[in-house]
Design a protein around this ligand. Sequence first.
Ligand SMILES: NC(=O)c1ccc[n+]([C@@H]2O[C@H](COP(=O)([O-])OP(=O)(O)OC[C@H]3O[C@@H](n4cnc5c(N)ncnc54)[C@H](O)[C@@H]3O)[C@@H](O)[C@H]2O)c1
Length: 260
Amino acid sequence: MILSLFGLTNRVAIVTGAGRGIGKGIALGFAEAGADIVIAEIDPALAEETAGEIRAKGRKALVAPTDVRIASQVDHVVEQTLKEFGKIDILVNNAGGWTVFSPVLGIEEQDWDRCIELNLKGAFLCCKAVGKVMVRQKRGAIVNISSLAGFVPFTAAPHYGAAKAAVANLTQTLAMELAPHKVRVNAIAPGSVETDLTDKLYSTQPGLREYRIKTIPLGRLGRPQDIAAAALYLASDAADWVTGETLMVRGGMLGIPSQS
Ligand SMILES: NC(=O)c1ccc[n+]([C@@H]2O[C@H](COP(=O)([O-])OP(=O)(O)OC[C@H]3O[C@@H](n4cnc5c(N)ncnc54)[C@H](O)[C@@H]3O)[C@@H](O)[C@H]2O)c1
C-alpha cells in the first residue's frame, strides 16, 4: 500500500539536463517508476542516448533540444510536451553546473553572469513556464536541484554557491505561491556526486577526490542514483504534504574541501 505512493505510473516528467550525470539518473529512475520522460537537454546526442535507455525500459521518451537559459526554447519544450502527452505532472530543474574555478576576487563579470544564468535563470524560466501549466491543471510537483555549495562556503566556485543558494530560496517562495493550486515545489541539495562535472574539478587538482572522500562520514562520493531516489520521493505522492523543503543528500558531508 505505502509503496504505491512512490510510483509514478503514467506520470509525465520534464527533466532538464537529462543527457548525463544526475539528470540522467533521475530520468532513468523515474522511467523505472512508470513515468514518461521529456529530456530537455542542450546536447542532442546525449539526449538520444538517455532516450534509448528509457525506451528500453518500456516507457516513452521525448527528446526536446533545449537551452534552459533561453525563454523561447523553454516555452517550446512546454508546447511540445503538451502536444505529445497533454499534461505535465513533474518538472525537475537539474541543468546546471559551473564554468570556471576562482575565488570571489578573481571572478570575471561575464563568468559570474553565465553561472547565474545557467543555474538560477534557467530554473526560474522553467518554473515559470511549467508552473503556469501546473496551476491550470491544479496539480504538479517541481524538484529543483540546488547544492550543498549553496549552504556552506565553496571556495572553488563562489558564484555557483550563490546561484544554488538562490535556487533554494526560489524554491521556498514559489512553494508558497503555488501551494493554493496544489502544486508542490521542493529542492535537493546534493553533496559531491561522481559525474563529468566533478571529474573536471578533480582533474585540476590531483588528490582532491581522495581527500574529499575522507571527509565524507559515509565514506564514499554520491552516485546519481542517490539523488534520483530523493527526487523520486519528492516528485511522488509519498511527499504529498511536503513543499518548500530543500532535502540535503550528502553522505553526512558538512563542508566542501576545495583543496587537498
Ligand atoms: N555532481 C555534483 O557533485 C553536484 C553536486 C551538487 C549539485 N549538483 C547539481 O546537479 C545538477 C547536475 O549536475 P551533474 O553533476 O550531473 O552535471 P553534468 O555536467 O554531468 O550534467 C549536466 C547536464 O546538463 C546539460 N546542460 C548543460 N547546460 C545546459 C543548458 N543550458 N540547458 C540544458 N541542458 C544543459 C549538460 O549537457 C549535461 O547533460 C547541476 O545542477 C549541478 O549543479 C551537482
